[in-house]
Design a protein around this ligand. Structure first.
Ligand SMILES: [Zn+2]
Length: 151
């Protein structure tokens, strides 16, 4: 099915982020015709930028590619539940559908924590689908942090 292959592409981005020494989170944005318009992994350390989450970088790249600040009709696939900052950006970009993998009890802002899309202030609420390849995404994060502790 299409959504699993898009999530595979996001997992590839997460894997590449881990190899760069970044927390392994990856995201892809899929256009209305089903084409991947942007793909990114976490780069907060490389860019010295706490906002350089995979979702933020993918949204910036997709907006640039589309030539618009809005991504109506687009879908975002990300390996980890977006944080409150990214959920805010997803709403601002008018992304139509959000698919995410692992849930994030520590920093997630969709199903827990700030629950950004549940706020009356949220101007746009995407359709949300969770636990897409969630175990694989979670295993990657667990391995990454286990390796960090050993190192
Ligand atoms: Zn984020």
């Amino acid at each position: 099915m299409a959504f699993t292959s898009y999530m595979s592409a996001a997992l590839e981005q997460a894997r590449a982020a881990a190899l760069r020494g970044e927390v392994p989170v990856g995201a892809v944005i899929v256009g209305p015709q089903g084409q991947i318009v942007a793909a990114a992994g976490n780069r907060t350390r490389e860019l010295n930028d706490p906002t350089a989450h995979a979702e933020m970088l993918a949204i910036r790249a997709a907006c640039d590619a589309v030539g618009s600040e809005r991504l109506g009709g687009h879908a975002l696939y990300v390996t980890l539940e977006p944080c409150a900052m990214c959920a805010g950006a997803i709403a601002a970009a008018r992304i139509a559908r959000l698919y995410y993998g692992a849930s994030d009890p520590k920093s997630g802002g969709v199903a827990q924590g700030a629950r950004v899309f549940s706020h009356p202030q949220c101007h746009h609420v995407p359709e949300v689908y969770d636990d897409i390849a969630g175990q694989e995404a979670q295993a990657m994060l667990t391995d990454f942090f286990a390796g960090k502790r050993k190192g």
